[in-house]
Design a protein around this ligand. Structure first.
Ligand SMILES: *[C@@H]1O[C@H](CO)[C@@H](O)[C@H](O)[C@H]1NC(C)=O
Ligand SMILES: *[C@@H]1O[C@H](CO)[C@@H](O)[C@H](O)[C@H]1NC(C)=O
Ligand SMILES: *[C@@H]1O[C@H](CO)[C@@H](O)[C@H](O)[C@H]1NC(C)=O
Ligand SMILES: *[C@@H]1O[C@H](CO)[C@@H](O)[C@H](O)[C@H]1NC(C)=O
Length: 696
């Protein structure tokens, strides 16, 4: 593929008018229609996709993404199956791309650009030998060429996890994220040079999805699936008696298997190199190589356009020399632009501690308490979780029977009582869902309801209506919808002949993304202290502490640490702090009033350790700011990227809608009617982001 022609195309800025689709739905519709919509949304939207997000506890690992069994063996590589919709021969394949030490981009995913950056697995190896890692990168090109004075550089993004795929985030949400950080005006409309337009770069951290080598604790997809199915049947801690012997023994066995896996990596084994510190070093490499790429691009552009510099370029006084100076690779001084969510805030805060001088603009959103994370504590997460369950009851009661199917008399307390009653009866008596022509028999359990509820706390605006409907059905002894959601998290493990013939842990046996299950543990267990010496009694008391913190999430949360009790591999290099300091430019730190897993207090705590950073509070429930649409937050983030300005301390941003107060997903009661065109575009972008970021 020819990468040299690529950025020239982007000079036609008119192609990039934001895609807007306005829905002016009737605010008043019949209750029946609402419920019908809701049912459909349960069927089609599900919540299976809440995957990549931090700290998602338990069986949210079922990705359901990659492993479609294809009946034909026609796929060239056999590594993974892409559902061909268009011309197959022209389909972008990551396998076709040779990893390079310079950034070389290839067209991919309908107007995006993809690269595989080759970096040493072990950054401490100085002999230039040893295993390599190929970082998968997806770029949403800026709306102006690098030669334009309004070109702002690349904003790196990370969706959390750990284990979340940045390439996937870029593909599904990158353009909308770009709309938030870019200047509001289309580049063709203005002549001032103060507006900035950014590339968005999503990358898969080590071990994750399309970055190679993959990491795996299982010889093949089938054995992983068998294991996961058994875990699913076991349920969360608390489904049977407290921490069953079975769960503890399973955790030990899984960890031991992971520790022994990937035996054939004499040159360096990924299991010792997927913790956050080398990932941060990889990011330095990405921005450095981007600087190099930018300079090359600019030279290329100037050589090709020669005397044909457009009128617009000239009117901006972009003389050749000015362009060359502006785009010059500043070796060792390229700055990081970044927006990280959830576990992505660990990456951001770690980068800021390790390379404070390279911080250009860094937004950390949904803040993990870094020291607690690196201790492997997971004790600073659930402080506000149960308050969001209370909010569910409050909103349901306020919304009334027309908007909340689970409504009951007696105010929020009434709803709460009914809520607890449904849960405890489900604990005593799971619901059977008989097989039909399309699907096998299923049972839905207390665990399933608990997982549903926990997931809904991440994005109440989308999921509270679903929870209300499902609780109602469950109360009536109908498990159909919940079973559907449960099924949607699974994906078939395909028979794979290449794998059977290949070496143990061969790349043939690892479809990208399928190993998410163990990658998450691979990252967080090696970031944290070793828990190998923890006894079952230690764990029991840890569990009680989490339960004390949160009645609704504690049990599920305990599984995170449980996954590490059998985990032996240690990272070769682990930055241990201090996690704070004075960055070249202060960070913007965002926290929601009530976040289920990254409470607001973390934002203040982390911010207090980085000089001049400022906390922006978004007055909403949910995980990270994108879980609720707020023009105020979006404009603050935009302004930060445009001008570097931080909001004044103690700024609180309101949101532009409340959950459940409009049931249908496209109805937003309480949204003010009159808005500028700009605001309408931005709000629609935020609504799309809320959906795309939280669903697969
Ligand atoms: C590994 O390299 C990093 C920088 O790349 C350095 O900060 C760290 O001290 C090194 N660790 C060892 C054990 O050499
Ligand atoms: C159970 O719920 C589903 C989905 O809402 C519905 O289609 C079905 O008719 C219900 N079954 C019974 C027996 O009410
Ligand atoms: C891996 O990335 C590809 C492309 O970026 C995406 O389609 C796929 O869903 C991702 N898989 C996971 C598990 O994130
Ligand atoms: C911040 O966290 C540390 C421990 O990680 C704790 O000792 C301290 O009290 C916290 N400070 C605030 C302001 O919450």
């Amino acid at each position: 593929m020819d990468e040299s022609t690529k950025s020239i195309k982007n000079t036609n800025t008119d192609e990039f008018t934001p895609r807007v689709s306005l829905h002016y739905h009737e605010a008043r519709s019949m209750r029946r229609r609402r419920l019908e919509m809701l049912r459909r949304s349960i069927i089609y939207a599900g919540i299976a996709g809440l995957v990549a997000w931090l700290l998602l506890g338990y069986f949210t690992d079922w990705t359901g993404v990659v492993a479609r069994c294809s009946s034909s063996s026609g796929h060239r590589t056999g590594l993974w199956d892409i559902k061909c919709t268009k011309k197959c021969s022209e389909q972008f394949e990551w396998d076709d791309v040779t990893p390079t030490r310079h950034l070389i981009y290839h067209s991919c995913y309908d107007g995006l650009e993809c690269a595989r950056l080759d970096v040493p697995m072990d950054w401490n190896r100085t002999d230039g030998k040893g295993a390599r890692v190929a970082i998968a990168i997806v770029k949403i090109p800026a709306k102006v060429p690098v030669t334009d004075s309004r070109y702002g550089g690349p904003v790196l993004i990370n969706p959390g996890g750990p284990g979340g795929s940045g390439t996937y985030l870029a593909i599904r949400s990158g353009r909308d994220i770009q709309t938030v950080v870019d200047a509001a005006e289309s580049p063709s409309q203005i002549t001032t040079s103060s507006s900035l337009y950014y590339d968005i770069i999503g990358f898969d951290p080590r071990g994750v999805n399309l970055t190679t080598p993959h990491f795996s604790c299982f010889p093949d997809a089938f054995s992983r699936q068998v294991w996961q199915t058994q875990l699913e049947a076991e349920g969360i801690i608390g489904e049977s008696k407290d921490l069953s012997n079975v769960l503890w023994t399973r955790a030990k066995a899984l960890g031991e298997g992971c520790s022994r896996s990937m035996i054939n990596g004499e040159d360096g084994n990924i299991k010792n190199f997927m913790n956050t510190s080398p990932v941060v070093r990889d990011m330095v490499e990405i921005i450095e190589r981007h600087g190099e790429w930018r300079e090359t691009e600019a030279r290329h552009y100037l050589a090709n356009s020669g005397t044909r510099l457009s009128l617009k370029d000239q009117s901006m006084a972009s003389s050749r020399e000015a362009i060359l100076e502006r785009t010059r690779w500043r070796k060792g001084e390229e700055k990081l632009l970044y927006w990280g969510f959830s576990y992505g805030t660990v990456i951001g805060a770690t980068f800021a501690a390790m390379y404070p001088d390279l911080v250009g603009r860094v937004v950390i959103d949904g803040v993990v308490d870094t020291p607690d994370y690196y201790q492997g504590g997971w004790l600073h997460n659930l402080q506000d979780s149960d308050l969001i369950v209370d909010k569910f009851c409050e909103y349901c009661s306020k919304a009334g029977p027309d908007h909340c199917p689970f409504y009951t008399e007696g105010g929020a307390e009434g709803v709460k009582t009914r809520f607890e009653r449904v849960l405890s009866s489900l604990k005593k008596q799971p619901i059977g869902v008989p097989a039909n022509a399309a699907e096998g028999a299923e049972i839905v359990t207390w665990t399933d309801a608990r997982v549903l509820i926990m997931n809904s706390l991440y994005v109440p605006y989308e999921q509270f209506p679903v929870v209300a409907q499902i609780l109602l059905e469950t109360e009536q002894g109908n498990g159909t919808s919940l079973a559907r959601i449960k099924r949607s998290r699974r994906s078939p493990a395909c028979p794979n002949t290449e794998c059977r013939r290949a070496e143990p842990y061969s790349q043939w046996c690892m479809r990208p993304g399928e190993n998410n299950f163990e990658v998450k543990a691979g990252i967080l267990c090696t970031d944290g202290e070793s828990l190998l010496d923890d006894t079952r009694e230690d764990f029991e008391s840890y569990l009680s502490e989490l339960r004390r913190q949160s009645k609704w999430v504690g049990d599920i949360w305990a599984h995170i640490r449980l996954e590490c009790v059998g985990w032996d591999p240690r990272p070769k290099w682990r930055f241990t702090g201090p996690f704070g300091g004075k960055t070249a430019h202060p960070m913007l730190v965002i926290g929601n009033t009530l976040d289920p897993v990254t409470p607001l207090r973390n934002a203040f705590n982390v911010s207090s350790r980085y000089a001049n950073s400022v906390v922006l509070q978004q007055d909403s429930e949910g995980h990270c700011s994108l879980s609720a649409p707020s023009l105020c937050t979006a404009k603050t983030v935009r302004n930060y990227f445009q001008t570097g300005e931080l909001p004044s301390p103690k700024t609180v941003c309101d949101v532009d809608a409340r959950p459940l107060l409009g049931t249908g997903k496209d109805e937003w009661r309480g949204e003010s009617k009159v808005k500028s065109w700009e605001d309408t575009v931005l709000l629609n972008t935020l609504k799309r982001l809320m959906k795309s970021v939280f669903s697969g």
